[in-house]
Ligand binder design. Structure first.
Ligand SMILES: *Cc1c(COP(=O)(O)O)cnc(C)c1O
Length: 396
């Protein structure tokens, strides 16, 4: 017999979510996640991926992935510390460190895992972490796992950060104090005020940690937000993902050699979970080669994102204050936002609605992610559909 307590818990909560229309039914994509996708046999212009540079379906990455399967097989075989560290993993880490401009780097199975791994390896219950209120869920969970005192500061509010840093340090209650922030905030596309954060960190001797999942491959000629501001020597821990602009799977932390040495002996997802497969490591390394050699893909991504932004703005949409390709169309009302996204889908645009609790109440939006892989024709078609649906719903 299975647990009646569990069944009761699951059924009650699922019913409640479904009743409120908040249960998220996931759309299966038939085939590759490119600029045009197929869902329920329907072809759609895809403005919902994080595949900024189109690398998820790039032939050069596919080729090295296939070669790696032939030479190294499909799995790493063991956790890294036992005998699962392959030459391909070391090669990847070497390339990441060079690309980021740091002494060393360590790779993990995902960006989410990086935050689980790295925060709790350096912070403990005698420490405090100053965390931007809009930080990603994986940062929040990583901070909780460390058992450090979590002190939230208002989003990108440098006065609030400085006041809370001062209070935390001067209280003498904590051994170490860290400030942690997204490099690029994923719902609005705004960039963290890193030069000011670093200044505050220097004033109060804070550890600096930047989660650059949406900045890597996008800003700083691809090397990320820290490089964009020229702060490679001033940020202690740079975390990034290999699953967004890089197009594959995995994550990494880049920093000084002593930090990486420590993470290799103390971060639990490194010690107790097998690394990414040979094909993943080889494809990620190839992506970094491509980004190092040329900015063609980035240029195309920025051109496309400027084009889409201009198109939506001139239709009269509120596209917020994004400084990156992330392009929200802010609608406000949650139900209307969902209806808008549904109509876009029916007309041929895949752009998901994002509502409370992912964003604050009353700021429901449809988020668009233009990529290097979109053509002008696709974007023109999308803008036409935005015009039709917006007028129909009285939004523009
Ligand atoms: C997507 C994301 C992650 C998680 O990265 P994965 O590699 O997909 O696990 C972590 N932090 C931020 C800010 C993200 O946007």
């Amino acid at each position: 017999m299975t647990s009646s307590k569990l069944n009761g818990f699951l059924n009650e909560n699922l019913e409640e979510l479904r009743g409120l229309g908040l249960y998220n039914d996931i759309d299966p994509v038939q085939g590759a996640n490119g600029p045009i996708i197929t869902i329920n046999d329907k072809k759609l212009i895809n403005l919902s991926s994080n595949n900024y540079l189109g690398l998820a379906t790039d032939d050069r990455l596919k080729e090295v992935a296939i070669d790696a399967v032939q030479s190294h097989g499909v799995g790493a075989g063991a956790v890294r510390t036992i005998n699962g560290t392959l030459d391909l993993h070391l090669q990847l880490e070497d390339k990441i460190a060079k690309f980021k401009g740091t002494e060393a780097a360590i790779s993990y199975q995902s960006g989410f895992n990086c935050n689980m791994a790295a925060i709790s390896a350096v912070m403990d219950k005698n420490d405090a972490i100053l965390s931007d209120e809009l930080n990603h869920a994986s940062i929040i969970d990583g901070c909780r796992l460390s058992r450090a005192k979590i002190i939230r500061f208002n989003h990108s509010d440098m006065e609030d950060l400085r006041a809370k840093a001062k209070e935390a340090v001067e209280s003498g209650q904590y051994n170490k104090v860290m400030v942690i922030t997204d490099g690029v905030f994923s719902m609005d596309g705004d960039v963290a005020r890193l030069p000011e954060i670093v200044k505050i960190a220097e004033e109060f001797d804070l550890i600096t940690y930047v989660d650059d999942a949406h900045g890597s491959g996008v800003l700083g000629k691809g090397a990320g937000t820290v490089k964009h501001f020229g702060l490679q020597d001033k940020v202690d821990m740079q975390m990034g993902t290999l699953s967004k602009a890089i197009g594959v799977i995995g994550g990494y932390v880049a920093g000084k050699q002593n930090l990486i040495d420590w993470l290799k002996v103390r971060s639990r997802p490194f010690l107790f979970s097998t690394a990414v497969s040979p094909a993943d490591a080889a494809a990620s390394a190839k992506a970094i080669d491509i980004l190092t050699e040329s900015t063609d893909l980035q240029n195309r991504m920025w051109e496309n994102s400027d084009y889409l932004k201009q198109g939506l703005k001139s239709l009269g949409y509120d596209i917020g204050k994004s400084e990156t390709p992330i392009t929200p169309c802010i609608i406000g009302d949650e139900k209307l936002t969902q209806q808008f996204s549904k109509r876009l889908y029916e007309e041929g645009v895949y752009a998901k609605s994002i509502v409370f609790p992912t964003v604050p109440k009353g700021t429901g939006r449809v988020r668009n992610m233009p990529t290097a892989a979109h053509t002008k024709e696709m974007l023109d078609d999308a803008i036409k559909i935005y015009e039709k649906v917006g007028k129909e719903l009285g939004l523009i």
